[in-house]
Design a protein around this ligand. Structure first.
Ligand code: CP
Ligand code: NVA
Length: 304
């Protein structure tokens, strides 16, 4: 059987995506009841981080340990990858020694290159273009709070970044409406937008994007690697803060999500982020743990 990678959500079929979400919900309950089995016993996850992380590192490392496996944290400051050893050589070496690899890097082509030469499954733990692991947790969180996301309306406010591109992939696969409001120079991937067709509405107006939304979501204005643009971005995105005033235009029971880390007073007001009648960001963060355990079980073909 050929190796399955998870470089974008689209590496899964819709049925596989839904099944991973259901497994994540089951695994969350088992975690709470302390009835999980060591299904990853003897398995090793290599975690290659070329950018910072709190949630991704902790969730993958804890998830592997909870299910009986081990993980290795590999940083470019300690490995030969950071000293210029080619990706295709690193991929062939590392994947002969571990069972699964998770990578957080800059260009998406880096992870595609690694996957091409890897003998084991490779998971995208964020590139400049996509953050599919976060979408697994986000969809799980929506399903837990509101049921199926199919047919619902999601509003993305802010930068057309890696999270926004991943939401477009989710809209294509799960058949919900996605209204995106971002400044004209900060739009998401144009090829993806074309593919999404009528399921995505692109505007520069946050109010029209949020109108009728069941879920409103955003992310930082300045992603990792864009730090030199921070001042410029802060002024360009000043109209795009999600706060209680903006949420007034959404459906009455609309949820707020943010992948975190959040910058209070920039893309989200402190009041909205902390308003747990609307904001489900802490559930969303926790669900990274459960969703990635379910993803790894799928990729390792480990029975639950
Ligand atoms: N949301 C997310 O990926 O967080 P970290 O950068 O802390 O991993
Ligand atoms: N768009 C952000 C997400 C961080 C989890 C970034 O890439 O920095």
């Amino acid at each position: 059987m050929s190796i399955r990678h998870f470089l974008t959500l689209r590496d899964l079929s819709t049925a596989e995506l839904n099944s991973i979400i259901q497994s994540a919900i089951t695994m969350k309950a088992a975690h709470r009841e302390n009835t999980q089995q060591p299904i990853f016993a003897g398995k090793v996850l290599a975690m290659i981080f070329e950018k910072s992380s709190t949630r991704t590192r902790v969730s993958f490392e804890a998830g592997m340990a909870q299910l009986g496996g081990d993980s290795l944290f590999l940083s470019p400051t300690d490995t030969q990858l950071g000293r210029g050893e080619p990706i295709q050589d690193s991929a062939r070496v590392i994947s002969r020694m571990v069972d699964i690899v998770m990578i957080r890097t800059f260009g998406h082509d880096n992870i595609e290159q690694f996957a091409k030469y890897s003998a084991v499954p490779v998971i995208n733990a964020l590139t400049d273009q996509y953050h599919p692991c976060q979408l697994l947790a986000d969809i799980q969180t929506f399903v837990e709070h509101r049921g199926s996301i199919t047919g619902k309306t999601v509003a993305w406010i802010g930068d057309g970044n890696n999270m926004c591109n991943s939401w477009i992939n989710a809209a294509i696969m799960l058949n919900f409406r996605l209204n995106i409001a971002c400044p004209a120079d900060y739009q998401p991937d144009s090829t993806l937008l074309e593919e999404a067709g009528d399921s995505v509405l692109l505007t520069t107006d946050p109010v029209s994007a949020v109108t009728g939304a069941d879920l409103v979501t955003t992310d930082v204005f300045t992603s990792m690697g864009q730090e030199s643009e921070q001042d410029d971005r802060l002024s360009r995105f000043s109209r795009y803060q999600v706060n209680h005033d903006l949420m007034e235009h959404a459906e009455d029971n609309a949820l707020f999500m943010h992948c975190l880390p959040a910058h209070r007073g920039e893309e989200v007001s402190a009041e909205l982020l902390e308003d747990e009648s609307v904001s489900v960001v802490w559930d969303e963060a926790e669900n990274r743990l459960h969703a990635q355990k379910a993803l790894m079980a799928f990729l390792l073909d480990a029975s639950l």
